[in-house]
Design a protein around this ligand. Structure first.
Ligand code: ZN
Length: 450
């Protein structure tokens, strides 16, 4: 074999060329490696690559908007900066979004929460399913009376879990699953109360009955709406119902008996409590059963008397007012005009005479008698009642501006008892004069001399 012999200059040239090639290869490799793309993978499977990180992120954001379960899926997406490679599928941002969407719609292993054998909602796994059930019970517990000792909270329906497959879209987060089970839907629709709104009007405008609206907003008082307050517009149709029992211990009053003694030596207005009653106290523990928060049974479990009740003694005066007067009346007001007589006026029966005179005109007793009542008397306003004998004949003077006599006082015919006014159910200053015989209103005119 002939030895290749080159002159020294040529050898130097060759070495230079080899060096240049090596350097070029090195630079090429470096240049190629400097071209990076963003590989996007979902749960470890690479879907493809896009030129910029922004495009990758936008596609993931789109997924979160389009698919209800996308928000959960978006967390499983990883974006990696990698060198360009033939093995990586090059995608546009739109293509990547489509691929992510398709991945989101595929069937995934899931756990169905079943109510009485019917699959109601899917979650990712048994652990999530259990956390849903736990959260439902915990929230219910929290809504119960804080003072009660909750003994038991249970879901009334039979809940079972079933492993299977579901569209990734249909797999709910724990919060969504809880809402669906408890309210029948995961939709939220609210109304913000405006100034001047009423529950009735809000219901009408939103196509609900006031009952529905109240039911959708337990605890909201129709009379206490505040502008800016949020009302729930969706009436719950729950898949499940919760039952609970709690023990509540309360201190209650024990009522006392009242013994009434009749005393013929006292007038009725001298009746009084001889001994005041005192409530006893008892501590009672109740077992309260509820369904969806509503009390369905309240059963006393144990009772301990802390103190006994003490009975009251009431003395009832039965003494009758003495028979006084002549039965011949004096007009109780002078210078007055009769504005309404005794009898029917329209559909209303007027049981006396209305006698109008300037406010403050003196009112006098129509006959001798005993003042059995002097004070506020409902529709009569400030009024005086005079008994002219054993309750059989009583005169009433109503709408007074002030009273000049006291209960129990004896008055003479013509004696000042008060001043005319317009108190009680009255439209202007006048005296309402009424006469009752054996408790029944009669025409007063028969008692005046002609
Ligand atoms: Zn009248």
């Amino acid at each position: 074999m002939a030895q290749l012999r080159l002159p020294p200059q040529r050898r130097l040239l060759l070495a230079g060329m080899i060096l240049a090639l090596a350097l070029a290869a090195l630079f090429w490799r470096h240049y190629a490696a400097s071209r990076f793309v963003y590989a996007v993978s979902l749960e470890g499977t690479v879907l493809g690559a896009v030129p910029s990180e922004t495009q990758a992120k936008q596609a993931v954001e789109k997924l979160a908007v389009l698919a209800p379960s996308g928000a959960g899926l978006a967390e499983q997406v990883t974006i990696q900066r990698v060198p360009v490679s033939d093995r990586l599928l090059q995608l546009t941002a739109d293509e990547l979004a489509e691929r992510l969407q398709a991945a989101a719609n595929r069937q995934v292993p899931a756990v169905a929460i079943r109510v009485a054998g019917q699959s109601v909602v899917f979650v990712a796994d048994r652990e999530t399913a259990q956390s849903v059930v736990d959260a439902i019970e915990a929230d219910y517990r929290q809504a119960l009376d804080a003072q009660a000792e909750v003994k038991q909270v249970a879901i009334k329906e039979q809940l079972t879990l079933a492993d299977g497959m579901a569209r990734a879209d249909d797999v709910r987060t724990a919060e969504e699953a809880q809402r669906i089970l408890v309210r029948g839907t995961d939709k939220l629709q609210t109304y913000t109360v405006q100034r001047g709104d009423t529950l009735w009007r809000i219901a009408e405008v939103n196509g609900l009955t006031p009952d529905d609206l109240s039911q959708a907003n337990p605890g909201v008082k129709p009379t206490a709406l505040q502008p800016g307050q949020e009302l729930n517009l969706i009436v719950a149709e729950p898949y499940i119902h919760l039952e609970s029992t709690e023990e509540v211990t309360v201190v209650e009053n024990i009522p006392f008996d009242v013994e009434t003694r009749q005393d013929p030596d006292r007038y009725p207005w001298q009746s009084e409590y001889l001994v005041k009653g005192v409530f006893g106290k008892r501590q009672v523990t109740y077992a309260v059963s509820r369904e969806n928060g509503k009390v369905v049974e309240r059963k006393p479990l144990k009772e301990e008397v802390l103190s006994d009740a003490k009975g009251a003694v009431f003395v009832q005066g039965t003494k009758l007012a003495p028979k006084l007067g002549s039965g011949q009346f004096l007009l109780p007001i002078s210078g007055a005009r009769l504005t309404s007589g005794f009898g029917w006026r329209g559909r209303e029966f007027h049981p006396g005479l209305d006698l109008a005179a300037p406010k403050g005109t003196a009112i006098v007793a129509a006959d001798d008698g005993t003042v059995v009542e002097a004070g506020w008397d409902g529709g009569y306003g400030y009024a005086v009642r005079i008994d002219h004998g054993e309750g059989k004949l009583v005169t009433i003077y109503g709408h007074l501006s002030s009273i000049a006599v006291k209960q129990g006082q004896t008055v003479k015919k013509g004696e000042l008892i008060g001043y005319e006014g317009s108190t009680g159910r009255s439209t202007g200053p006048h005296l309402h004069f009424e006469v009752r015989r054996d408790g029944k209103a009669v025409d007063p005119r028969q008692f005046f001399p002609d």
